[in-house]
Design a protein. Structure first.
Length: 279
C-alpha cells in the first residue's frame, strides 16, 4: 500500500515545490552605491551615481550643512536622526539628499542609498528587516512622501521607525521629502465619520514626530533665485548680457522661483546657445 502511494506523494511534493514562491535573491550591494528596492521580489536594482554635486546647489546653505552633519554622523556609526525634508516644491529637497549622500559615500565605501516608492511605504518594515544586521549602512530615501491611502501607510512607517520590540535597525537612516510638514493627505473620506476621520488624521500627523530632524525649505526669494541662475551659468560656461532679465521673465512665466526653475531656465539657455549640459 505504501509503495503504491509513494509515486503519488512524490508528484504532490514536486507540484507543491513548483507552486512555492522562489527564494529571495541574495543581497549584493557591491556593484553600486544607489539602489531601487522592489518589494514584490525583495530585490535591489543598482542605479547610476547621482551626478549633481552638493556645491552646485545654491541658496540652501543652511539646509545643506545641517543635513550633511547628520549624515556624516550616521556614516561614522554615531547617533543620528531620521530626517524629514519638507517645504516648497522644486527647492532642492531630493537633490540635497542624493548629492550629500554622494559626498559622504565617496569617503565611506560601506554607505549605500536605497530609494523606495512612496506607494510602497507599507513594505518598509520588511525592508528594514532585510537590511538589519548587514555590514553596510543604508540611507533609505522616500521622495514626495504623503499618506494618500490613509492611516495604513502611516502605521507601517511608524512600525518601521519604531521597530517594534527589536527597535529600528542601527544601520538604517530613513530620509523622506514632502511638500507637507505633517505628511497629511489632500483629503479624507468624509463618509467614514468624524471620529474615524479624526483618528486617521491623528495617526498620520503623529508620524512626523518620529523624525528627529526636520529641515524646512521656504520659498526662494528673487536675489537667491538669481544667485542660483548665475551659479549654474558660470558652472556650465554660459553667458548672456541679459541673463538676469531673462531669468526673471522665465520665473514669471512659471509663476514660481526655485532651484528647479533656475535649472530649467539654464537648460533652455544652453539649448538656445547650442551647448550641451553634462546633467
Amino acid at each position: 500500500m505504501d509503495q503504491d502511494l509513494r509515486p503519488l506523494l512524490i508528484r504532490i511534493a514536486e507540484a507543491l515545490e513548483r507552486l512555492a514562491p522562489p527564494p529571495p535573491p541574495a543581497l549584493d550591494f557591491q556593484d553600486a552605491r544607489l539602489f531601487r528596492h522592489d518589494p514584490e521580489t525583495g530585490g535591489f536594482h543598482p542605479a547610476p551615481d547621482y551626478p549633481l554635486s552638493l556645491e552646485a546647489l545654491v541658496g540652501i546653505e543652511r539646509q545643506k550643512a545641517r543635513f550633511l552633519e547628520n549624515l556624516e554622523r550616521f556614516a561614522q556609526g554615531l547617533p543620528a536622526n531620521h530626517v524629514l525634508l519638507w517645504g516648497v516644491r522644486g527647492t532642492g529637497k531630493s537633490s540635497i539628499a542624493k548629492a550629500a549622500f554622494m559626498t559622504v559615500a565617496a569617503m565611506q565605501d560601506d554607505l549605500k542609498l536605497v530609494e523606495v516608492d512612496r506607494d510602497q511605504v507599507t513594505a518598509l518594515p520588511s525592508l528594514f528587516d532585510q537590511l538589519r544586521g548587514r555590514p553596510e549602512r543604508f540611507v533609505v530615501l522616500c521622495d514626495d512622501l504623503s499618506f494618500e491611502e490613509g492611516a495604513a501607510a502611516a502605521k507601517a512607517l511608524k512600525s518601521a521607525l519604531e521597530g517594534g520590540v527589536s527597535g529600528p535597525p542601527a544601520n538604517v537612516l530613513f530620509v523622506a521629502t514632502s511638500n507637507r510638514r505633517h505628511l497629511m493627505p489632500r483629503g479624507h473620506q468624509e463618509d467614514r465619520g468624524l471620529i474615524a476621520t479624526a483618528e486617521d488624521a491623528e495617526e498620520e500627523v503623529s508620524v512626523s514626530d518620529r523624525f528627529g530632524l526636520w529641515i524646512g525649505f521656504p520659498p526662494m526669494d528673487q536675489p537667491t533665485y538669481l544667485q542660483a541662475v548665475r551659479a549654474y551659468a558660470e558652472r556650465h560656461d554660459l553667458s548672456d548680457p541679459d541673463l538676469d532679465r531673462r531669468a526673471l521673465q522665465w520665473a514669471q512665466l512659471r509663476g514660481a522661483r526655485s532651484g528647479r526653475v533656475a535649472w530649467q531656465f539654464i537648460r533652455d539657455l544652453a539649448g538656445a546657445q547650442g551647448k550641451s549640459l553634462p546633467l
